[in-house]
Design a protein around this ligand. Sequence first.
Ligand SMILES: N[C@@H](CCC(=O)N[C@@H](CS)C(=O)NCC(=O)O)C(=O)O
Length: 256
Amino acid sequence: MQDRSPEQLPRLITTSISHYCEKVRWALERLNIPYIEERHAPLFHRLATARNEGRSVPMLVTEAGTFSDSSDILQYIDGMSPVSAKLYPADPKLRQEVEKLEDWFDRQLGPSTGVWFYFYLLDRDKLILRLFCEGVEAIEAELFPVVFPCIREAMERAMEITPESAAESLDRINSIFETVNELLADGRKYLVGDSFSACDLTWACLTGLVLMPTEYGTKLPQLSEIPTEMAQTIEHFRATPAGSFALRLFREERDK
Ligand SMILES: N[C@@H](CCC(=O)N[C@@H](CS)C(=O)NCC(=O)O)C(=O)O
């Protein structure tokens, strides 16, 4: 894939801040796979994904087909990578453990951290416009403020963002952190086996919105820009073993 012209490279359709998109960016970069990122503001992404008969981001468009789930994308790109770089272990039992954790984080953690994050920030227009429009085409960045009130309503409805759902999400995040704290209590360096794998990468990305690591692939807010209660919760998560593990992964493994 190294010598392809830009038109032949895989195209990754994203929104800037999405933690599932960060997961795929990190994996592509780690596996040394050149790609073109096509970034959109939320809901504008639907024009791009619909053209490829899909809906959500991340979406990877390749000559071999279109993949529209972060774990499917990781499996696909891992399949073409050298053994020394792989994100899934060769040992079937270990691979099963990695896939099980990855799937759990995808289904339970990612949606919860998303609801919790947007509950606090969706009404902060200036901050949200900056986060959503980082790296998108000028025309989208210009149109976005005009349509943002409708987009906010659509996101609140689709993600069912309410004070109750935010509180339930926080409970779920706390309980997942507790389980990961327990896993790490034996001093292991990675969640499964003795090397970095897809479940470590997924853990780090899908906790990104409650830890706000500086190495995240787009610029997340500073703690000074967000509500105090939200900042305090982030400080709390950062201080847990599971939180400091994710921050270490961002520091040590994100740019490898
Ligand atoms: N299971 C999917 C979840 C992806 C997902 O939830 N993407 C969100 C952005 S974080 C999205 O595109 N939501 C808007 C939509 O479905 O149109 C994956 O792992 O890729």
